[in-house]
Design a protein around this ligand. Sequence first.
Ligand code: HSE
Length: 348
Amino acid sequence: MTTYNLALIGFGGVNRALAELIRDQPQRFASLGFKLRVVAITDLGFGSLVQPDGIDLATVLAMPRGASFEGMPGGSIEPRNEDVIKDSPADIVVEATFTSPGDAEPAVSHVRWALAAGKHVVTTNKGPVALFGQELTALAKDHGARFEYEGAVMSGTPVLRLARTMLAGLALEGVQGILNGTSNFVLGRMESGLRLEEAIAEAQQLGYAEADPGADIEGSDVRLKVTILANELLGANLSPEDVDTTGIQNLSSDDVAQAMANGHRWKLIGEANRGSDGTIKASVRPVALAADHPLAGIAGATNAVSFKTDLLGVVTVSGPGAGRIETAYALVSDIIAVNDYIKGAIRV
Ligand code: HSE
């Protein structure tokens, strides 16, 4: 059975969840036809660790925050991202670090180093995909590698590969979605009578919202996701700045109550549509949806995306859009795609 060597770049919630799956559930991967071995980990806090024969995941998962890989064989207090990505014996680089929405750094540099070294990259980081998706895919192709990023839009809930495979025979005229769990949760709580600020505070307590919930509430998180959907599924070449973006920050409790009285529900909708002249227009804005709209019933922190197709009409997929295990599953699905590519099974 093939064994893939992994380098985990970033050892926060998502990559730790992946490491737990590899440690605890080898049969999950064996049933897919491969084994996974982590040979390198880098992290701003822990530093770096490279062990070509395989890192003992139980040991590193037991290390508390504040500990360091220094002193372990192959360990250093420095993250050494560039050296580890280029020189470690990893076949697949798993990128799950912080990304700046402005320039997608440092994640995009990690991706570039890996692909240029001919290593496959799987990532849940939306910044590199939204800002540099086409460049990175071309770089991967030039070096015989794969660049897979299913989790960049709805974490483990399938969107991109689902559309490329199962909807391949359909003309796709547009996509429309609820792509931010925090804002959807907040709107639901406002329907229950909370003010916006109270609902945001509750979302923070529950761990849905970022410490600075601006990206969730003001629409910039959804803007990146809509850019990805437009470029990947509708063949657009948009930058995030091309997406007209309005968040939910100016919706009042009165606005929410009035919509409910009329049988409507406010949702933060990200969408991209092909116009009659063939151009793709994309936006993020609050919309008061009628109760029979496919996205009106999406509650809590759940995400959903509707595909507007010619032969099937509207097809909607919903599921979690965040969470450490859920997002780690997106990485698993990407590793499966890399394995399919290597085995010549599927090439999408
Ligand atoms: N903050 C995001 C959300 C997480 O609330 O949906 C995933 O991008």
